[in-house]
Structures are given as C-alpha cells and as structure tokens.
Ligand binder design. Structure first.
Ligand code: PLP
Length: 354
C-alpha cells in the first residue's frame, strides 16, 4: 500500500497469470499455450515486416487484419474489432458495455479475469453457480442483469454449451449485452459468430493465443453488430489508438491465411486430448468432457494440491486452483505434444502408487 495510490488501486485484486518459470526442460502444461510453433507463414510475415518502417506508427484500425478475419468468418469488416490480446478486448467490453445499473452475471467458476475487471471498473456483478456436473445452466441467467459473460467452452472446466442453448439465452435476454468468450472454441465447439446477424446484443470474442499459437504476440478479436463494435472503438480510441503493432498485424493476417497449419494443429490437440482422456480414465481419474485444449480432472483418492506438487517435483507444471473448494481437487492440464503427454502419464503413475 502507498499513500499515493487511489482508492481503486488500493482495492484491486489483480489477476494472477499462470507462471512462466525460466527452468530448462520443464514440461509446461499450465497456461493452455499451443505446443506447436506458429505457422511458418507467420514467421515469414514478421521477418518481411521487420525493417525501417518500424519508425512509423501502425495503421490505427489494423484494417488488413480485420479484413482477413472478416474473410475468414464471412462477415463485413465493420463487424470486427481487434485488440492487444483478447484480455484487452474484454477490458474494453467491461468498461464500454457492462457498467450498468443491474449487476453483470457470470459463472461462479470461470475465467478469473472477469472479477478483476469488475474491480478495476467498479462494476457490480453476481456469480451464477455451475450445477453439480460443473455445467452452465442457461435458465439460471433468466433474471434482470446489466450483461452476461462466460467462456464457451468454459474455463477451467472445458465444458461446452451448445449453440441452441446460447440462442435460448439470447431469445430471453434482449436488454443487455451477452458476450461469449470463445478463447477455446476452435478445439471442439461451434462459434456463435453466425448468430451475430440475428441478435443485436451478441458479442463474440476470440484470441490468437491458443488455437493459433501466438500467445507471445498478443492478438485478440471480437465480432459483433456494428453498434457494439462502434462502442468498443470509442473505448479503444480513448485508451490506446494503436493497440496492435505492425508485426502483430501482418502475423495475425498470415495466421488466418494458413488453414493447413491450423487444421493440423487442431487435429493434433484433439487426438492427444482423446489419448490423455483414455489414460486418465484407466487410472481412475474423473475427467470432465472437454472441448478445449486442456482437461479438468481429479482423482478420487488423491488431493489435487499433492498431485500438482508431485508433478512439479518431476519437472511438469499444471494449473491447480485452491479456491473455490468445489474445484480444489481438480487439475487443469494443457494438452501438450505426444512425448510431453506421455511423460505426464509416467509421472502420474509414480504419484498414484503412494
Ligand atoms: C486465454 C484466455 C483469454 C485471454 O486471451 P489473450 O488473447 O491471450 O489475452 C481470455 N479468455 C479466456 C477464457 C482465456 O482462457
């Protein structure tokens, strides 16, 4: 605490990102990064852009990247917004659309950044409990609210909500913004972008950090009706006019252009996720069905904290949440390369015998 801090800063409870330790040979399965390197086309695009033009400001509207996203999803370009990671897109959404009289609603177990933005922007919120199977129940959101947000698939559970359930929510909830955070949608879900045409209060966010292996570049996007995109642009131009640098714009554009890399990467994750699922099942783990690039799993005979520490001692890091109680025995494990996943299972075997 410092006397120079404002009241808001005194009361913040900042997000704690998964660690990025600088330990050699560590198997890092804790932050849902893609285990493959990005598309070679992305690296080429960055190399070709890295010259004296870096002295110039980038295009404040990132038009080239927005066009690539618009083409990819077959939507008009003015329905696309981009930001410095989807976290920034979310921040703009919170201040731009969720500061309302009624509380914002989101699940009790979900991406923990939502609460942090509420603290930063002084937004009133209520959490809606997941059911006993850790699923989102859409009917529980049928009440007055100043906005609704959840990831689909949800994090850290990996559970997917069908588009028909999302549509049922949109049919009921017409007076506030419904935001679907699709950080993991490419690993097994169907995007809600197709619904944007019909629902003026739907905003869909995505990131290039997970399925396109570009966490190090920081590129996020939103697709929504023009009215909502205009709102985001007003916030962006009141905060940072150039959120994406020149390298990010060309890299993101190349990423959307390389469909082969994307498809291969996605298939690798899905097949490795299936393999890990089977291995866990054989050993008595209870694993939630995942549509993401991670599994949320627990063992009825072993504490989550002990397994996480035991893996760590063996050079493998996974994510363990000690709060809330309901999930404290679960581990959230990113799907890695085949040899990493095999090492994970071998390490688990040494832990389960004790
Ligand atoms: C990773 C993640 C994000 C943030 O993505 P960035 O684009 O890297 O900022 C947002 N929402 C959820 C649910 C995530 O897991």
């Amino acid at each position: 605490m410092s006397k120079y801090w404002s009241d808001v800063v005194r009361q913040l409870q900042p997000y704690v990102p998964g660690e990025q330790p600088k330990i050699a040979n560590l198997i890092k399965l804790n932050t849902n990064e893609h285990p493959l390197g990005p598309s070679p086309a992305v690296i080429d695009a960055i190399r070709a852009e890295a010259d004296e033009r870096l002295r110039l400001y980038p295009d404040p509207n990132s038009t080239q990247l927005k066009q690539a996203i618009a083409d990819y999803y077959n939507v008009p370009r003015d329905r696309v917004f981009v930001g410095n990671g989807s976290d920034e897109v979310l921040a703009h959404l919170f201040v731009g659309m969720f500061q309302q009289d009624e509380p914002l609603l989101f699940p009790d177990i979900t991406y923990s950044f939502y609460k942090v933005y509420c603290g930063l922007y002084q937004i009133d919120y209520e959490t809606v409990p997941l059911d006993d199977s850790l699923s989102i129940v859409v009917d529980d959101y049928f009440r007055p609210n100043g906005g609704i947000i959840f990831p689909n698939p949800n994090a850290p559970t990996g559970r997917l909500l069908s588009l028909s359930e999302i549509e049922r929510l949109l049919q009921y909830n017409t007076e506030s913004v419904v935001a679907i955070d699709e950080a993991y949608i490419d690993f097994g879900g169907e995007t809600a972008i197709a619904l944007v045409d019909r629902y003026p209060n739907l905003l869909v966010t995505q990131t290039l950090s997970k399925s396109r292996s570009l966490a190090g570049l920081r590129i996020g996007l939103a697709v929504g009706p023009e009215e909502l995109i205009d709102g985001l642009n007003r916030v962006k131009d009141s905060f940072n006019s150039y959120p994406l640098d020149r390298l990010a714009v060309v890299a993101g554009t190349a990423a959307f252009g390389d469909r082969d890399w994307f498809e291969k990467g996605r298939q690798l994750i899905v097949s490795q996720r299936d393999w890990l699922n089977q291995q866990f099942a054989k050993r008595g783990f209870q694993t939630l069905p995942s549509a993401a690039n991670f599994l949320f799993t627990r063992h009825p005979q072993h504490r989550g904290s002990r397994l996480a520490q035991g893996l760590r001692d063996r050079g493998i890091i996974v994510r363990h949440f000690s709060q809330p109680d309901r999930i404290s025995d679960y581990l959230r494990i990113t799907v890695g390369m085949p040899e990493q996943n095999q090492a994970l299972i071998a390490a688990m075997d040494t832990l389960l015998v004790h």
